[in-house]
Ligand binder design. Structure first.
Ligand code: CP
Length: 304
């Protein structure tokens, strides 16, 4: 079983065997972390981390992953402190960072930015989120979480809740779930439904899915609830956001008598109550931890 992708841009570029390869390798990486084994695979290598949008988990888990592989990182988390402020375009910034480093991780507000950079540089590029487009490394850690906690993907039913229009994590995740034949219920306000183009893609697969507005009705029906934040920053009109925010919330009382597993890519705003955090159902912090072994596996697979 090999891994032949040079860049990590979209989950749609992955074959099921590529995903399984990364999930297997992530298990090794997790064992190394837990057993405090020093991995020297990326010693002497440098990762360029270019973040044009805010991030906590993705940026810091990539940094942690590279350092746990004995590599190092350079980069920025605010474009305002770079020559972008003086008018430098993404193309030129990426060309320069590609002279300094062995791979680039890019988060950008424009859909397609990572694909573009991968086409104009000759080092591996990883998409760490491109606007409302894709977030493939989040999907891999989501899959790793599901596989570990649910012992695989067989006969699983998952509700994906919240901002399905702008949420890049779910735009990636659904393509992978379709590969693993997971049944999906999409729950969102009408204004934030999963784009029809993606639903049409799912119709072409064997993926079974349905669409609803109501979260209460499905709690006893599903194995996993995947909550998402309403993506305030993507709304063209802030008044539209104000009308929609706060529509979905999940709290301890709603799920404590069930076995449903609650996931969230984080950050949360108001869609998961804090009283959920100590329940057996809450898995979102464990999910965030899995970002490190999964990103170690990815970096080790694409950097020479
Ligand atoms: N899940 C995720 O992408 O989180 P950050 O925005 O904090 O990186």
């Amino acid at each position: 079983m090999g891994f032949n992708l040079k860049n990590i841009i979209s989950i749609r570029d992955f074959k099921k065997s590529d995903i399984n390869y990364i999930l297997e390798l992530s298990k090794n990486m997790e064992e190394q972390i837990n057993n405090k084994i020093i991995n020297k695979n990326q010693e002497g290598k440098l990762l360029g981390i270019l973040f044009y949008e805010p991030s906590t988990r993705t940026r810091l888990s990539f940094e942690t992953a590279m350092k746990r592989l004995s590599g190092n990182t350079v980069g920025f988390s605010q474009a305002e402190s770079t020559s972008t402020k003086k008018g430098e375009v993404l193309h030129d910034t990426a060309q320069v960072i590609a002279q300094y480093t062995d791979a680039i991780v890019l988060r950008h507000k424009k859909e397609g930015a990572a694909r573009y950079i991968s086409e104009v540089t000759d080092i591996p590029v990883i998409n760490a989120g491109d606007g409302a487009g894709q977030h493939p490394t989040q999907t891999l850690l989501d899959l790793y979480t599901i596989k570990n906690i649910k012992d695989g993907f067989k006969n699983l039913k998952i509700a994906i809740v919240g901002d399905l229009k702008y949420g890049r994590t779910v735009h990636s995740l659904v393509y992978a779930l379709a590969m693993f034949n997971t049944e999906i219920i999409f729950i969102s306000p009408n204004e934030l439904r999963m784009p029809e183009e993606i639903l049409n893609d799912l119709r072409k697969t064997r993926c079974k899915f349905s669409v609803s507005n109501n979260i209460e009705n499905i709690i006893n029906e599903v194995d996993i609830i995947y909550m998402t934040r309403i993506q305030k920053e993507r709304f063209p009109d802030p008044k539209e956001y104000s009308k929609i925010k706060g529509q979905y919330n999940i709290n301890k009382k709603m799920i404590e008598d069930t076995d449903v597993m609650v996931m969230h890519p984080l950050p949360r705003v108001d869609e998961i109550s804090f009283n959920m955090d100590n329940t057996k159902n809450a898995k979102y912090f464990q999910q965030a931890f899995y970002g490190v072994p999964v990103r170690m596996a990815l970096l080790d697979s694409i950097i020479d």
